[in-house]
Design a protein around this ligand. Structure first.
Ligand code: FEO
Length: 398
């Protein structure tokens, strides 16, 4: 049960993981569970807790906290991010340590009261540039609005070079016990899925945080989810720079199809074969009804070119494809090369519907006319499909 670990001088990990959770935020599948990180600074003159945890791991968290503090009291609890996966247990912490001062942005303090219906007796409202000093540590607060909620602050400990980065640089998955990213195989695909689904919409705000962080000597990165980084930090920051500026990582073609009886799927497979014949490597193809939305979203952000193929449905768009495109729009997908295949037996409508949604996104380039098929792809339309493959290949090949 005791999961606390000393991770640096004066610094302890007191978080824990929920391995039973099916969906994080009741939305994103987490087959490997979810970690909720919390860090405790035990300086000679003061103790500072950096965020609390989700209620699902309250028992382990509170036991670790009490165990590390021993006979000492808790002097400060910093709430960097008020979302309940990090603050739901703050009330219990304050019941145990009623003299602790709650340090947070005014907005976070207001939210903490609203969510928990509590009276805060001892608070310190902070803003960017404020500093909390202890004997050996100097915690500098940096505003990071919308990474991932509006009240977020991140914290840089000037003395140790530690950036407590809130949700930024987090990932899905429970802790293996090895707390550092360099101690096990870090799954960048899961980090990417986490990034685009959780903060992908807020690229501009992430860029702003990266700009502020670029002036800091970061020697350790302590996010609220996932492993701690102390090696190759620049490589992870570079990923965030690419992701937040909506650059594609894969110069290849992603094909996503929504198919009822398999005929649209056959057209998608035919396109994939034609692309392969044109030497396009790394093609990926997914069924929008089968692959989880969060995976498809992450894939769409990664690829340079995307072909969407969909059946028509109820004089509109097949439901799983419609859900995907609306989610992509909500997350600000942009800068993509697009090709469209519609299918409809008596009144094809999916192409128009896909285009309407895609047209409302930024910097979408259609490389060729839409291919419209009736019930199934016919031999006489292969020329059009070949032309589509030519255009897509041209857009991704060097
Ligand atoms: Fe991990 Fe936005 O909470």
């Amino acid at each position: 049960m005791f999961t606390d670990i000393n991770i640096a001088e004066d610094l302890y990990y007191v978080g824990s993981s929920d391995r039973r959770l099916e969906r994080f935020e009741n939305a994103y599948p987490v087959p490997d569970g979810m970690s909720y990180n919390s860090y405790l600074i035990c300086d000679t003159d003061a103790t500072v807790l950096m965020d609390a945890v989700d209620k699902s791991v309250s028992k382990a968290f509170l036991e670790s906290l009490k165990r590390v503090l021993g006979t000492r009291s808790l002097d400060y609890i910093v709430i960097q991010h008020m979302e309940p996966d990090h603050s739901a247990t703050a009330k219990q912490v304050l019941e145990l340590y009623p003299n602790a001062c709650v340090v947070a942005s005014q907005r976070a303090l207001d939210m903490l009261v609203a969510f928990n219906d509590i009276k805060l007796a001892n608070v310190r409202a902070i803003k960017e540039g404020d500093v909390l000093k202890t004997a050996r540590h100097e915690l500098c607060f940096i505003a990071a609005p919308m990474v991932h909620w509006p009240e977020v602050m991140v914290t840089y400990d000037k003395c140790t070079g530690t950036l407590f980065s809130a949700d930024a640089f987090g990932t899905f998955g429970a802790s293996s016990g090895n707390l550092f990213a360099d101690e096990s195989d870090f799954d960048m695909d899961e980090a990417r899925r986490y990034y685009f689904n959780i903060v992908g919409k807020y690229g501009v705000q992430v860029q702003s945080l990266l700009k502020k962080a670029s002036g800091l000597d970061i020697r350790m990165l302590c996010p609220l989810h996932g492993p701690i980084w102390r090696e190759n930090i620049a490589s992870y920051v570079e990923k965030y720079s690419i992701w937040s500026s909506y650059q594609s990582e894969k110069d290849s073609v992603l094909i996503v199809y929504g198919s009822i009886y398999g005929n649209t799927e056959q057209a998608a497979l035919a396109l994939a074969a034609l692309l392969a014949k044109r030497n396009v490597k790394g093609i990926e193809i997914y069924d929008s009804s089968k692959t989880d939305l969060s995976v498809l979203l992450s894939k769409c952000f990664s690829f340079k070119a995307i072909a969407f193929a969909s059946s028509s449905y109820n004089a509109g768009l097949f439901t799983s494809m419609e859900t995907l495109l609306l989610d992509l729009k909500a997350h600000n997908l942009q800068n993509k090369t697009i090709a469209l295949i519609e299918n409809g037996s008596w009144a094809p409508s999916s192409g128009r519907c896909m285009k309407e949604i895609l047209d409302s996104m930024k910097s979408m380039t259609y490389v060729c006319p839409m291919l419209s098929i009736r019930s199934s792809l016919k031999e006489c339309q292969m020329e059009e499909l070949e032309a589509m493959a030519d255009s897509l290949a041209q857009s991704v090949l060097p």
